[in-house]
Design a binder for this molecule. Sequence first.
Ligand SMILES: [Zn+2]
Ligand SMILES: [Zn+2]
Length: 335
Amino acid sequence: MPLLTVTKKGIYCAQADFYIDPWKSVDKALITHAHADHARKGSKAYISHNHSVPILKHRLGNINISGVKYGEVFSINGVKISFHPAGHIIGSAQIRVEYKGEIWVASGDYKTENDQITPPIEIIKCHGFITESTFGLPAFNWESQALVFQQINEWWKENKAEDTVSIIAAYSLGKAQRLIHNLDHEIGDIYVHNSINNINKIVRNLGYPLKETKHITAHTNAEHLKGNLVLAPFGALRTSLFNNIENKCLANASGWMAMRKTRKARPVDKGFVLSDHADWNGLLDVIKGTGASEVIVSHGYTEIFSKHLRELGLNAYSEETAYKSEQEIVTSDIS
Ligand SMILES: [Zn+2]
Ligand SMILES: [Zn+2]
């Protein structure tokens, strides 16, 4: 039996009896990152990267959790375990396991471009690799973030010239911090919804150099927001606070903005293609880099992507998991 398998509860290591990102309650859960579909309540003990610890406590409440640093090796029943940067969001990790010379890596979610605030992905040599394929279609081919941020800054400047409020819908953990870190703060102030403000506080406490933002409160009014930029998760945009802003322009910054279908389903004034996941070539580069001959595709375009990997000569197959696409979770992201 391979060192890691996908079971009805999550990714499982039988030799050491732990799960990675389980979607059911288990005794020991190793967590790749704090997004809701990878980190769920109800397990007895958790282990994550130490920067995910305060975020998980904030999101899951009083859990029994310990943190490890990137590259720190510990053992459970002879299995050597270590966490390595995945480049996806702050605190995200790939989990490497080794037993009697067999090495497996569960990647969680990852991206290949350095977003300048998340530690960049480390490519780890392994025999078996468990990959996401959220954007595992050849049509997904990202522009550099420098270009995308230039487009967003231009859009903000144009809105500011007309006293319009620029609003960007952004996932509160990951996308929001990436935007705050890379946008041009010379243009104006950045206001954030409460859920983003909570994550920002945690991230600044961890020592990340996140630039200053203003917290939207009941006292924030139209005069404050005029010409400035607002970041809020999609779920929050339906509240009266946002509905009452009269002169506004709403944008979404997501990999899904590359698809016409999404642009129609979720009407915004402006779409920017910016994803915290690898694109088609990014996924392939990472998988080739690992040297893995066995690849399990856990979520995304699993059938198409695993078929392509088989055509490349890999022993690749898809497995049913409970991990979701970024698109499905944005609506529930107001914690
Ligand atoms: Zn994620
Ligand atoms: Zn995922």
